[in-house]
Design a protein around this ligand. Structure first.
Ligand code: T1G
Length: 703
């Protein structure tokens, strides 16, 4: 017999105190059914003579973490969160919010609309709306300044940072921090408060109008200086706080409402919301239906170079025990130096205390004995990108690793299935592809070959998430050595850029156009940073496809010894620690000779041409990876590009950009961009594939 859906809000009683209890797992998002439930329960409690005070509380791990973000693209449904907050604030009986977990966004706004706030010791509070390209739209911009003052309020809303219960009590955001049982102490507290205390009537923090107006003006100037005059949501937040200082709350709420509407419909907010759900959808691996992640308490990493020690630091930062193996004394010492230097820098920058640094290093075991990996739940090889070297090492690892351990290779490009075969237990072997610097870059690609067990894949996912990484699954069929999702797309990106370089553009023009688009660095700055010899070595191994255009410029640079930052010369010249470099005139001369040699008459490219060509190449590669089943969904490609390659998060990702660009625009741009080289773009298949994928995506994501 089908169970009736549990109502997300219940009204409970304890003596003369009514409890409006929200129960909408996993995060008590304030969707329409929850809002309706709270309003109904509140009205029932207000109408009940036996009730003197009302508590708004939540079951589960957290007080509401905000409005239901998925509803933002739907038609508004009443009561809105703003209306619900006004109902709570105008209640004629005292309303107390009992806060545990993370009261965020609309959840904190609901708590601020209540007359009193009691929080658990471990609770945290924040208004992170800016991270979604919006602003608090249910009264937060008007009530928070009244509770904690405009300057602290601006700090919280312009950073999205959370405050602890202790700080919240200090700044006046909460009235009581419960010593032990939140619900019990909230009920006790409720029986001590006699009357409502509407937040809108708090004026203490608004009295020094003049001083605060100056502070707000200074903040506006700083926002413009740091984020530019078009920083929509941040400047709207400043305007709203200014309204809180100058206008009665009803008018301030109207200013906030229209500012919210403007932000929530912006392309930027759509992009940021897409990215929010893309990184969460990426973690939905099909293997979850068959297996649960095994606990990883100790990880062994073989190879203490840049990548290996970065992975070790990431694991130590997440409290795991680490065995780092370097096959000789010299290797052990340089790994120790590298990790030690990281902790010194972090302590010097105040990111870590001495004690935290020391504590983390107690979990590090550095050795040159491979047989010490026997206790590890997961063993990751992170040695140089050479097939024989990795295959031999993986075979040795399989000898010493415990039978239930998962084995992972950090290969970027090599044939994963063949490497897995080398362990003799391919089902336990998967790809765990980190991106440099591994301790900081959020992206990890989990490489899944045809014989990998669901257990091994889910354990890899669990490990990546324990490190706070965004894990994306890349299914690579046996014999696939193209570089999972990220590097495959990076190759298409670089190829599109190289063709424009050969046809007339310059490295700094292309880099400038991509920075203008929102990337932190352009493709040639990245090439110089990672070293041209790495990609050169790979190109020598990779058979060239006959119908693809080949650009020899990068090869010629390596043959000149221009390897990038590591040699002081690449596409740019690097002197005196200047990490941005100045254009390398010799390269420009060499490119001009190269064009003449190939009979290429240079042509002009606008920055828009450059951006469109590169984006279409990225989208085309993405569509191919979807078609081949390497990527499970378009938003996975977006998560990879945003987290691994600095694609501007506010655009959501290349596949979302493609979705936001109508097919006719794509066709018109394609016909302009590359009439002469369809193989480069493969126009027709792309459009068909995009249309199919868009349909599949739509079907997949119909809630
Ligand atoms: N709406 C809808 N779904 C949400 C959600 C939300 N606000 N927050 C989380 N989820 C889903 C998420 O997609 C995932 O689903 C599951 O909950 C667990 O989340 C009017 C306008 C609270 C720190 O920005 O930052 O209020 O993948 O995997 O790692 O002013 O979730 O399982 O299907 O992230 O423990 C403001 C957003 C909204 C907070 C927990 N609030 N959430 O992290 O779990 S705007 C936020 C988070 C607003 C008002 C405005 C995190 C978290 P699924 P999770 P987690």
């Amino acid at each position: 017999m089908k169970q009736a859906p549990k109502h997300p809000v219940r009204l409970e009683r304890q003596g003369n105190v009514a409890l409006v209890v929200i129960d909408n797992p996993p995060v008590n998002a304030l969707g329409v059914s929850v809002r309706l439930g709270i309003a109904a329960a509140l009205n029932a409690a207000l109408a009940d003579d036996k009730t003197d005070a009302i508590i708004i509380a939540a079951n589960g791990r957290t007080f509401p973490v905000g409005a239901d973000i998925r509803e933002f693209d739907m038609a508004p449904q009443e009561p809105s969160l703003g209306q619900l907050c006004s109902l709570v604030e105008s209640a004629r009986k005292p309303v107390i919010a009992a806060i545990q977990g993370t009261a965020l966004g609309g959840g904190l706004e609901l708590a601020m609309a209540a007359h009193y706030r009691v929080s658990a010791k471990t609770a945290r509070m924040g208004l992170p709306e800016l991270l979604l390209g919006i602003l608090p739209g249910a009264g937060g911009t008007q009530r928070l300044p009244r509770l904690i003052g405009p300057e602290l309020a601006l700090d919280m809303m312009l950073t999205g940072n959370q405050v602890s219960a202790e700080i919240a009590a200090e700044i006046g955001l909460v009235d009581l921090v419960a010593e032990d049982d939140l619900r019990v102490e909230a009920v006790t507290y409720a029986s001590t408060v006699k009357k409502p205390r509407p937040t809108s009537e708090h004026r203490a923090h608004l009295l020094d109008g003049a001083g605060y107006m100056a502070a707000v003006a200074a903040r506006r100037a700083r926002v413009k200086a740091e984020l530019g005059a078009n920083a929509l949501a941040p400047l709207k937040i400043v305007n709203c706080v200014e309204s809180a200082l100058l206008l009665p709350i009803e008018t301030g709420l109207q200013v906030e409402r229209s500012a919210f509407e403007e932000c929530v419909t912006s392309r930027e907010s759509k992009g940021l919301r897409h990215a929010f759900f893309a990184e969460r959808a990426a973690a939905k691996f099909p293997e979850a239906a068959e297996a649960k992640p095994a606990q990883v308490e100790r990880v062994a990493i073989i190879g203490g170079g840049l990548m290996g020690s970065g992975i070790a630091i990431a694991a130590l930062q997440s409290g795991l025990a680490v065995t780092l193996v370097e096959l000789d004394e010299h290797g052990v010492n340089s790994a120790l130096e590298r990790i030690g230097a990281h902790y010194e820098r972090s302590i010097a920058k105040g990111r870590l205390s001495e004690a935290q640094g020391a504590a983390a290093l107690t979990h590090l075991q550095l050795t040159n004995k491979l047989d010490l990996i026997g206790e590890a739940d997961l063993v990751i090889e992170a040695v140089a990108e050479n097939f024989e070297l990795k295959a031999n090492l993986l075979a040795d690892i399989a000898v010493f690793a415990k039978s239930e351990a998962v084995i992972a290779t950090n290969t970027s490009y090599l044939d994963l299935a063949a490497l897995a075969e080398a362990t003799g237990r391919p089902e336990d072997t998967i790809g765990l592809h980190f991106f440099a610097p591994a301790q900081a870059n959020k992206l990890v690609e989990v490489g899944v070959h045809d014989d990998a067990s669901a257990q091994a894949v889910m354990t890899a996912l669990g490990f990546a998430r324990a490190l706070g990484k965004t894990a994306v699954r890349a299914h690579v069929h046996n014999g696939f050595g193209e570089g999972y999702i990220g590097n495959s797309i990076l190759e298409a990106y670089r190829h599109a850029a190289d063709i424009m370089l050969e046809d007339g553009a310059t490295p700094s023009q292309i880099d400038g156009a991509m920075r203008e688009f929102g990337f932190r660095l352009g493709p040639y700055q990245i090439a110089d940073m990672s070293g041209l010899d790495i990609a050169y070595a790979r190109r020598q191994l990779k058979p060239r496809s006959p119908d693809a255009r080949y650009v020899e410029i990068a090869d010629k640079m390596v043959e000149q010894g221009w390897l990038g930052q590591k040699s002081g010369r690449g596409y740019y010249i690097y002197t005196g620690g200047h990490h941005m470099g100045v254009p390398n005139g010799d390269v420009l001369k060499m490119i001009a000779e190269h064009r003449a040699h190939k009979g290429i008459v240079p042509r002009k490219f606008s920055d828009r041409d450059i951006r469109d060509r590169i984006l279409l190449a990225i989208v085309n590669a993405g569509a191919r990876l979807l078609g081949e089943g390497v990527a499970a969904r378009p938003s996975d490609i977006d998560a990879v590009m945003v987290h691994g390659f600095g694609y501007p998060r506010s655009r959501g990702g290349p596949m979302m950009d493609a979705d936001a660009t109508t097919p006719s625009i794509i066709a018109s741009r394609l016909s302009v961009l590359a009439p002469e080289d369809p193989s480069l773009w493969g126009a027709a298949p792309v459009l068909t594939m995009l249309a199919n994928e868009r349909q599949k995506f739509a079907d997949l994501n119909t809630v």
